[in-house]
Design a protein around this ligand. Structure first.
Ligand code: CTP
Length: 429
């Protein structure tokens, strides 16, 4: 059992930063004035109970969200965007705080993995349409207080470390919930209930996952890779048979898991190197994941994730180039200009991945990131023009030559650069 103390809604809300409390108070007062019930729902409630409130707020109103959201935006001085198709609105407050407002709704799935049709509904129906008991809690907002709604026992499940879908059809309706569940299981250290494991097994056996569009699947994979410890999510997904269901050749690779941890451990230090542009961690994880499988599986998995054309070519090209790059960086002799050229051609994500490796490679990448990447000749294109060179591809060649000279230490000043040009091209006169 987890030590989650008794939960009283007003106390729960007081765990929020003051600014968010003020916003919710304004939302409650406006609801009372307009005669509609207003609820804080889903993720924010779950995270408040777990003691880790996030930045954004999700509100559901038992009535039309649009006019309510407009009035709330006016009272808070916020920007509002209405999404009429979904019955939702987004408010962005002046300090950047984001508030999503939705009309309470129920959902109907015409077939498994389809996008649902939505209809206005009561809060109970709205909570029932949701994925997991832990995500189906709400706090009814009243001025100066609140009341916790937990119709499916989400609090008990959080206490007992258990993850349960709300109804039997949940995973068939929306198989992305299998991946969502694995994220929550890893994040909050929960275990899928025995019944849920069986439901997932039968959903996978019906190949429902295969019906998801590449886009939706890729979005879920990205969310997995955005988690604090994606390798823990992948372990759970493998245990559930999801990796195999996505591609028979996909299995969790222990080396890949260790690499992910190593990248993460180095991340703080790496950030202090002030690298720009900064690599995106989730992309590094994706490289690690796909690096461990054969090229044809990569293409297949990339295709399944809806990647095609240049993005797929860039990803597979990068992965193909990595082993050679790794060997070149391990080599005994590697001049500064060659090192610069090799790493200029690699992405920020490959830099981080290589840096997270062993001694010599790491030292070389760090040398590149902190020094070599900033080296440039003293002369510029404008100087070349003044010296009478004709603009065009020659400029690039000359600048590259000067850069190599700088990097390898043959050229140390503007005068030496000019002397080299004179010797090679007879100008400036
Ligand atoms: N939801 C759902 N089924 C989905 C996606 C979302 O039932 N396939 C519901 C859940 O109740 C969830 C809420 O919509 O709590 C909001 O979804 P989302 O913002 O994706 O999740 P969060 O709960 O905010 O969780 P996370 O911290 O992972 O973003």
């Amino acid at each position: 059992m987890r030590p989650i103390p008794p939960v009283l809604a007003p106390q729960l809300l007081r765990r929020l930063p003051r600014r968010q409390q003020e916003v919710l108070e304004a939302a409650a007062v406006l609801g009372e004035r307009r005669g509609v019930s207003v609820y804080l729902v889903g993720g924010p409630v779950r995270d408040l109970i777990m003691g880790s409130p996030g930045a954004d707020l999700d509100i559901t109103v038992a009535g039309n969200a649009a006019p309510y959201a407009e009035a709330l935006a006016a009272s808070l001085g916020a920007r509002v965007t209405i999404h009429p198709r979904f019955g939702t609105a987004t408010l962005i407050l002046q300090d950047g705080l984001r508030l999503d407002v939705a009309t309470a709704r129920r959902e109907q799935y015409r077939h498994p993995a389809a996008l649902p049709q939505v209809f206005p509904a009561t809060i109970d129906e709205d909570l029932f349409r949701r994925d997991f008991t832990i995500n189906a809690m709400a706090v009814r907002l009243t001025s100066g207080g609140g009341e916790l709604l937990d119709p499916f026992g989400g609090l008990t499940d959080l206490r007992g470390g258990r993850l349960r879908a709300i109804h039997d059809e949940s995973y068939r309706d929306d198989p992305t919930r299998i991946l969502r569940g694995a994220r929550y299981a890893a994040r909050y250290r929960l275990r899928f209930s025995v019944r849920d494991r069986r439901r997932i097994e039968s959903t996978l056996a019906e190949s429902v996952l295969q019906r998801l569009s590449g886009d939706r699947l890729f979005r879920e994979v990205q969310l997995v890779l955005h988690e604090a410890a994606p390798e823990a999510v992948l372990k759970i997904l493998e245990g559930l048979g999801v990796l195999r269901a996505l591609d028979p050749a996909l299995a969790r690779d222990l080396r890949a898991a260790a690499q992910m941890r190593r990248v993460r451990q180095g991340w703080q230090h790496y950030r202090h190197l002030g690298v720009s542009p900064r690599p995106e961690l989730w992309r590094v994880y994706l490289l690690i994941l796909l690096r461990s499988v054969p090229a044809r599986v990569r293409r297949r998995v990339g295709g399944r994730l809806g990647l095609k054309g240049p993005p797929l070519a860039a990803l597979t090209g990068e992965l193909r180039g990595l082993p050679l790059l790794q060997r070149q960086l391990e080599g005994r002799r590697l001049g500064a200009s060659r090192l610069r050229h090799l790493l200029d051609c690699a992405s920020p994500e490959s830099h981080l991945l290589l840096w997270a490796g062993s001694g010599r490679v790491r030292r070389r990448v760090e040398r590149y990131l902190t020094r070599l990447a900033f080296v440039k000749p003293a002369l510029t294109g404008r100087d070349l023009k003044e010296f009478g060179f004709v603009p065009g591809p020659t400029y690039r060649r000359i600048m590259d030559m000067l850069l190599r000279g700088r990097l390898d230490g043959h050229l140390k000043s503007r005068e030496e650069e000019i002397a080299l040009l004179r010797q090679r091209f007879g100008r400036p006169h």
